[in-house]
Design a protein around this ligand. Structure first.
Ligand SMILES: Nc1ncnc2c1ncn2[C@@H]1O[C@H](COP(=O)(O)OP(=O)(O)O)[C@@H](O)[C@H]1O
Ligand SMILES: [Mg+2]
Length: 228
């Protein structure tokens, strides 16, 4: 098991108001799974992903990631686990606009190693995998939306994370670019057994996954294995 949550809850506090976003989430993900998370807007999908990636801490409950208990560590340790184990892909690509594709990857490598080390060979390999060899010197604004999201995906995998967490990665793409990006996710999963957890509203995206977890109102409604 690469990821497991037990009775995970998150309640946001806005002044005196409690906003319960997650009400007891139990999920298990095996190494090499490609899980899609679906559900109506506001049901808690992004909150769950942020907890899984250590961007937020839970109100109660536990999260185990690749042998480490995220709910029992300090903020600094959680940040460290995130850097070592997680690759994030967001709906807005969140690339540094002044850096080239290669520069964005280099920065991610430096943050990961903490000592400024990076590897040109590794970056070339990963950009090649995402069919971006000829775009290495391009800055984000010199790339299409689909290409920018592929650079973001390259950045997420450059440090060989245990898990990729993606929050509506095709939400800002037209259908052609969505299909290309989804094929890349699928290939990463099939060829390299990359574990992926992806939030999506897109039925095409859910179809490339191996399992769909459906959420509603802070609960997991249904965690059906599509292959069963
Ligand atoms: N930072 C926040 N502060 C307060 N409430 C929040 C915050 N983020 C999300 N929420 C609330 O938590 C609930 C779940 O939100 P979210 O996880 O973003 O859902 P989804 O990604 O499924 O649309 C919603 O009611 C939302 O308004
Ligand atoms: Mg969301």
């Amino acid at each position: 098991m690469i990821l497991q949550t037990k009775e995970l809850t998150k309640t946001y506090k806005i002044g005196k108001l409690d906003v319960p976003a997650l009400r007891g989430i139990n999920i298990d993900v095996e190494r090499g799974e490609f899980v899609a998370i679906m559900g109506p807007s506001g049901c808690g999908k992004s909150t769950l992903l942020h907890l899984l990636g250590g961007l937020l801490s839970p109100t109660t409950g536990s999260i185990h990631i690749d042998g480490e208990d995220l709910s029992k560590v300090t903020d600094a340790q959680r940040t460290d686990i995130r850097r070592r184990k997680i690759g994030f892909v967001f709906q807005r690509f969140n690339l540094f606009p002044t850096l080239t594709a290669d520069g964005n990857l280099k920065l991610a490598e430096k943050i990961h190693t903490g000592n400024g080390n990076h590897s040109a060979d590794r970056r070339r390999e990963v950009l090649g995998l995402l069919k971006l060899e000829d775009k290495m010197k391009h800055k984000p604004l010199e790339l299409s939306g689909g290409e920018q999201q592929r650079v973001a995906l390259a950045r997420a995998i450059i440090n060989s994370p245990a898990i990729i967490l993606a929050d509506e990665p095709t939400g800002n793409l037209d259908s052609e670019n969505s299909t290309i990006v989804l094929e890349m996710f699928k290939e990463l999963n099939a060829k390299y057994q990359q574990t992926i957890i992806m939030i999506t509203h897109n039925p095409e995206a859910a179809a490339v996954s191996s399992r769909v977890i459906r959420m509603r109102d802070g609960h997991v409604e249904d965690a059906q294995d599509r292959t069963e």
